[in-house]
Design a protein around this ligand. Structure first.
Ligand code: CA
Length: 357
């Protein structure tokens, strides 16, 4: 009897092993390419897609391989949406507000001046209807879009000269993207967007007089402080979220388990970039006063801040005229912000205001 049982077990094991080998032999390996806006060493932005690709490879046991191309490879830092839409790339990693000129509805998904902080905005994306609205906008481009990593509150930028009044802004040329750029333009500045690799030389050569980039973790390494020592606190990008893009047709062709692995890796790597950038900025800030005594940290004068707030409100009214979807997104954001901010006040704000050390 014992022998009989063992034989049956062995036969069964052989059949299962045979099936597994056959199944493995048929398993398709998907080889994808991802294009980023960022240069090959631009941490932590470039780390988010790289970490995502590594997680996907490990979790799928090598069945989905994603090659990450930095901007020096494809030479189209601001062409990510077009390349993913057109299928030259299966995926992208960039910032939604770079395409506001092509589709105004993509603007609010990165950050909005005086808008939500990173935790508030993540809550909106995943539990407040934000992700559905983002998919609705990108459906037109046959692309899926996901939160791709947050910088937290950004610094207001580097200026050669101190800004003492509203008049001091007039005539200055500044690199500042998104809706904040439009506000600065209304306040008399000439605004432009420049890829990360050209920022320092543009500032050094005087092509621009000021720029905003991210925060101390990323900014100090760029050397902006050497030519523009006035470093202003932020107002314009309180919770900048990058985006992962996926070509919809390519995504549909993936088996269900690979779809789940991809979406999970995207979400984990996005949160991870938020943590990584927070640590980078905390470390850089701790060193700043000691190692870079020429940096002068400033807050914009009340007159300037009031003008920015007023112009923000006026421009939002102007911008949403005849744009029902943009209005729907911005209304959803402001309603969520109003509610979430009450909780932020009761929790983080009240705690922090008495515990600043
Ligand atoms: Ca920025």
């Amino acid at each position: 009897m014992m022998f009989g049982k063992t034989t049956k077990f062995l036969v069964a094991a052989t059949v299962i092993a045979g099936l597994t080998t056959a199944a493995l032999a048929k398993e398709k390996v998907y080889k994808w390419k991802l294009a980023t806006t960022w240069g090959p060493t631009l941490s932590p932005f470039i780390d988010a897609p790289k970490n995502m690709a590594k997680m996907v490879e490990e979790m799928s046991n090598g069945r989905l391989l994603i090659r990450v191309d930095a901007s020096n490879k494809h030479k189209a830092a601001f062409g990510i949406l077009d390349m993913v839409k057109g299928g030259q790339y299966d995926m992208g990693h960039s910032a939604s507000y770079y395409w506001k000129g092509k589709d105004i509805n993509t603007l609010p998904f990165t950050t909005m001046p005086f808008g939500m902080t990173a935790p508030e905005q993540y809550a909106w994306f995943y539990y407040g209807g934000g992700l559905d609205l983002m998919q609705k906008v990108y459906k037109k481009h046959k692309v899926l879009s996901f939160p791709g990593g947050n910088t937290g509150n950004q610094m207001g930028g580097w200026f050669r000269k101190e800004i003492k009044s509203l008049d001091d802004l007039k005539g200055l040329k500044m690199r500042i993207p998104g809706f904040a750029g439009e506000i600065m333009n209304k306040l008399g500045m000439t605004v432009t967007n420049i890829p990360s690799g050209e920022l320092y030389t543009s500032l050094e050569r005087g092509t621009i007089d000021a720029l905003e980039w991210v925060g101390p973790g990323m900014d100090i390494k760029m050397g902006f402080h050497k030519v523009a020592p006035y470093y202003y606190t932020g107002w314009h990008e309180p919770g900048t979220e990058l985006q992962f893009l996926v070509n919809q047709r390519k995504f549909n062709k993936l088996p269900d388990d690979l779809k789940a692995i991809l979406v999970t890796a995207i979400r984990v790597s996005a949160y991870d970039m938020y943590a990584q950038n927070y640590a980078m900025s905390a470390n850089a800030w701790a060193k700043m006063g000691k190692d870079y005594p020429n940096i002068k940290v400033k807050t914009f004068p009340k007159e300037v801040m009031d003008a920015m707030k007023r112009t923000n409100k006026e421009l939002l009214v102007e911008k949403t005229k005849g744009q029902p979807l943009l209005k729907e997104i911005l209304d959803s954001q402001s309603a969520f912000q109003k509610k979430a901010r009450e909780w932020t006040k009761m929790s983080d704000y009240l705690y922090l205001k008495d515990n600043l050390e």
